[in-house]
Design a protein around this ligand. Structure first.
Ligand code: UDX
Ligand code: ADP
Length: 458
């Protein structure tokens, strides 16, 4: 079959994989290829055991893989044949040199730009999908035009706003698609090509176009605003615990103001995920590099509150359990950074598990999808750690349960049975406020929610 366009995506991760799968599903007339430097990852994409868990993804990959979606390690061939190249390689926070711990590490991304330059034989539209600091497109364009080889490259910014766990729905019916371009004749032409691709399934009024810097910045700002909401409600949860107010009642009352809105107001043990912290650090670094120190401090405080919330959780646990956790056994319900994903990047559970191990606690980790990643995250830690998926087996002999992830399965467990398996006095620290606290208290648990009065027999 002759395809209308050849679309390539470099980087087959949490962003590239689902994004291209949905594009292939919605555009059967395009050939979509994903390439990655990691052969093990590509082999998994070509198997029945995909490298990431995302509800609905398996079905779409099965439907499209034999039709117009393929996964390969042939980056060179992929670049040569592509008309449009999406770049979604990882851009972690730099952990060395200038900007360590703050700036984005652009080494993977720059390597990709150089590969595109080396292997291209025809004009390309290069689309930034990875979150990148503002003005990265300019650097990309400079690299691509550095040899004057006569090939035309147009760089667009098209940040991805999908949220893990709901990625497929977010991609199929996005709130908006944002496309930033240079405001030159050829930049605008390239932009229109990308608009046409999305118009295959996204209503035109939801496809917005901006200048390239606005687009790059909007992605950082959207994540910063979302994280700020979580830190705002989490900061108030600390006040609620001191005063006897109930964070759920406060969030409901506040969220009913239509100007504020009721989403993203769930107090928790803290936010995680690969984006929030990294993007805010990026924003902070950017502000500092423009000497906007007050602005930088303001956004940095969102991260500080998130760290404080996690510290507070450990302190509360220690304090409630008679100021010693040594030799006690605590089961973490959930390890993923949120429900419906196996992703554990920046998960508060990593921090909590490490701190508990430092207190010489025996830690049992339970999660329906994230145990493999959890083992990897904790592999350097000394101490007693076990990984048990079945929550009923996991709690055996434990002194406490700490809920880390809001998986539905934890809401509907038989807590009478669980109580029976545990060492007494038994504690529940609900880091997500998903359990029925009154019921747990009636059963006999000492219950410590987030931002609500605790219920104890002590
Ligand atoms: C986020 C953005 O939502 C998405 O638009 C962007 O493309 C990538 O970053 P993601 O990291 O997948 O997506 O998850 P998100 O649903 O935003 O949650 C982030 C963290 O905040 C999770 O740890 C979640 O549990 C926590 N959270 C979220 C809360 O603690 N309370 C809330 O009310 C909402
Ligand atoms: P994200 O959440 O942004 O998608 P991931 O880490 O899940 O991040 O995915 C990024 C992918 O990019 C990884 O699979 C990694 O192997 C791949 N990658 C990094 N550098 C390159 C490169 N130069 N060429 C091809 N793939 C790359």
């Amino acid at each position: 079959m002759k395809f209308e366009k050849n679309i390539l995506c470099i980087g087959a991760g949490y962003v590239g994989g689902p994004t291209m799968a949905v594009m292939a599903q919605k555009c059967p007339h395009y050939r979509v290829t994903l390439v990655d430097i990691n052969p093990a990852r590509i082999a998994q994409w070509n198997s029945d055991d995909l490298p990431i868990y995302e509800p609905g993804l398996d079905e779409i990959v099965k439907e499209t893989r034999s039709r117009n979606l393929s996964f390969s390690t042939d980056i060179e061939g992929g670049i040569r044949e592509a008309d449009i190249i999406f770049v979604s390689v990882n851009t972690p926070t730099k952990d060395y040199g200038i900007g360590a711990g703050m700036a984005a590490d652009l080494q993977y991304w720059e390597r990709t730009a150089r590969q595109i330059l080396e292997f291209s034989e025809s004009p390309k539209i290069v689309v930034e999908k990875s979150t990148l600091p503002v003005k990265t497109a300019q650097a990309m364009e400079r690299i691509l035009t550095s040899t004057n080889n006569g090939i035309r490259f147009d760089v667009l910014s098209n940040p991805e706003f999908l949220s893990e766990g709901t990625a497929i729905a977010d991609l199929q019916e996005p709130d908006r698609v944002l496309i930033g371009s240079m405001e030159t004749e050829s930049g605008l032409k390239a932009r229109d090509v990308l608009v046409e691709i999305y118009a295959n399934w996204v209503p035109r009024e939801r496809i917005i176009t901006t200048n390239i810097w606005s687009s790059e910045l909007s992605k950082l700002v959207a994540n910063a605003f979302l994280a700020q909401r979580v830190s705002s409600i989490n900061s108030i949860s600390a006040l609620c615990e001191k005063t006897g107010a109930d964070i759920i009642e406060v969030a409901t009352a506040v969220g009913m103001d239509s100007r504020i809105g009721n989403k993203f107001l769930n107090a928790s043990v803290g936010f995680g995920g690969s984006c929030f912290k990294k993007d805010i650090l990026n924003l902070v670094y950017l502000c500092r590099s423009y000497a906007l120190h007050e602005v930088a401090d303001y956004w940095e405080s969102v991260i500080k509150i998130n760290q404080y919330q996690q510290e507070r959780f450990v302190f509360k646990t220690l304090n409630a359990m008679f100021n010693t956790l040594s030799g006690k056994k605590i089961c973490l319900f959930g390890f993923a950074f949120k429900a419906n994903t196996g992703d554990t990047r920046e998960s508060p559970a990593i921090f909590i598990a490490k701190r508990l191990l430092e207190e010489k606690t025996e830690v049992v980790i339970s999660d329906p999808k994230a145990l493999k990643n959890a083992r990897e995250d904790l592999k350097c830690m000394d101490g007693k750690i076990s990984y048990i998926e079945d929550p009923y087996r996991a709690v055996d002999g434990c002194h406490a349960i700490a809920v880390m992830t809001e998986w539905d399965l934890y809401r509907n467990l038989d807590f009478e049975k669980i109580y029976h398996f545990m060492t007494k006095p038994a504690f529940v620290f609900d880091g997500r406020n998903i359990l029925d606290h009154n019921k747990l208290y009636t059963i006999g648990f000492n219950v410590f929610p987030i931002g609500k009065p605790c219920m104890t027999y002590l």
